[in-house]
Write a protein that binds this ligand. Structure first.
Ligand code: CP
Length: 305
């Protein structure tokens, strides 16, 4: 089966047949998880390099590797690595390649993943490069939409919040562009609109989309994908303070609606906790889907499937 590339840095590299294959393998991995795991990657080591904070991506990559019988080596935080002493990303990756069979890296700089992939001696996965891309999150989002809605073609998907700095919505928009009759609704304050690269992509692909300011515009969608205002990306903190609470989704907004509510998490104030009990609040199920999807990617990129 495999994948027609060695490294995964962007969802723009993926075709519809790639996403179909990954979703199919992830479904099989759910069966393996129910049985407690397997030995498919016994003897293989994942280099888990996280130079920016993470809970879900790091833990789910490491869990995925161990569920497949593999091991991990980790680096956590620039200040605790030799990047702090001035070592380049390129040297770091060549060195890490000597210790492991596959690498997942998160780094605060846009483009760091492409720099790493250009020199990596083993398969490399972008686990988030600043406000750039987060392809494995988008794949687990796609898997979640398929599971929650039973299909992807023909859906209306609204993305709400910090669309400028939110790398997950960039990656997910490119992926949804592979599907038929998708409608995208981008809801953000004017300071945090979707970047030109995504808008241009939608125009070139003929995807129906609109840019909105009010949360109400998102409430008729099949999927409502909320995002956090990304404090760490602002250079002017007063601007963050002004925008941080611009949208808060509450249970009252969703009365009588079956809209599937997603969020890459962590959330701050953009989804009130009274939404959590609704059957259509899918964000904690979404978290769980990170493990089978990352198991699928690890196995496929290591040439085991
Ligand atoms: N969704 C996501 O990337 O979460 P973490 O930052 O906790 O990895």
């Amino acid at each position: 089966m495999g994948l027609p590339f060695t490294h995964l840095t962007s969802t723009k590299q993926l075709s519809r047949s790639d996403t179909d294959a990954i979703v199919g393998v992830a479904q099989d991995m759910e069966g393996i998880l129910k049985k407690g795991g397997c030995d498919l990657l016994r003897g293989k080591i994942l280099g888990s390099l996280f130079y920016e904070p993470s809970t879900r991506t790091r833990l789910s990559f490491e869990s995925a590797m161990q569920r497949l019988g593999g091991d991990i080596v980790t680096a956590d935080g620039i200040q605790f690595s030799s990047l702090y002493k001035g070592e380049s990303i390129e040297d770091t990756i060549v060195v890490a390649s000597q210790y492991c069979d596959i690498i997942a890296m998160r780094h605060p700089e846009v483009g760091s993943a492409d720099r790493a992939a250009a020199v990596s001696l083993v398969p490399f996965i972008n686990a988030g490069d600043g406000p750039g891309q987060h392809p494995t999150q988008a794949l687990l989002d796609l898997f979640t939409i398929q599971k929650e809605c039973g299909k992807i073609d023909g859906l209306k998907v609204a993305m709400v919040g910090d669309l400028r700095f939110g790398r997950t919505v960039h990656s997910l928009s490119f992926l949804l562009g592979l599907y038929d009759k998708i409608t995208l609704v981008f809801v953000s304050p004017k300071e945090l609109t979707m970047p030109e690269k995504v808008i241009t992509f939608c125009k070139e692909k003929g995807i129906a989309f609109s840019e909105e300011r009010a949360l109400d515009a998102a409430l008729t969608a099949d999927v409502l994908y909320m995002t956090r205002i990304q404090e760490e990306r602002f250079t002017d903190h007063s601007e963050y303070e002004r925008l941080k609470s611009v949208y808060t989704l509450k249970a009252a907004h969703l009365k009588g609606k079956r809209t599937v509510i997603m969020h890459p998490l962590p959330r701050v104030t953009e989804i009130a906790t009274d939404v959590d009990a609704l059957p259509n609040a899918a964000y904690f199920r979404q978290v769980r889907n990170g493990v089978p999807v990352r198991m699928a990617l690890l196995a496929m990129l290591l040439g085991k499937l």
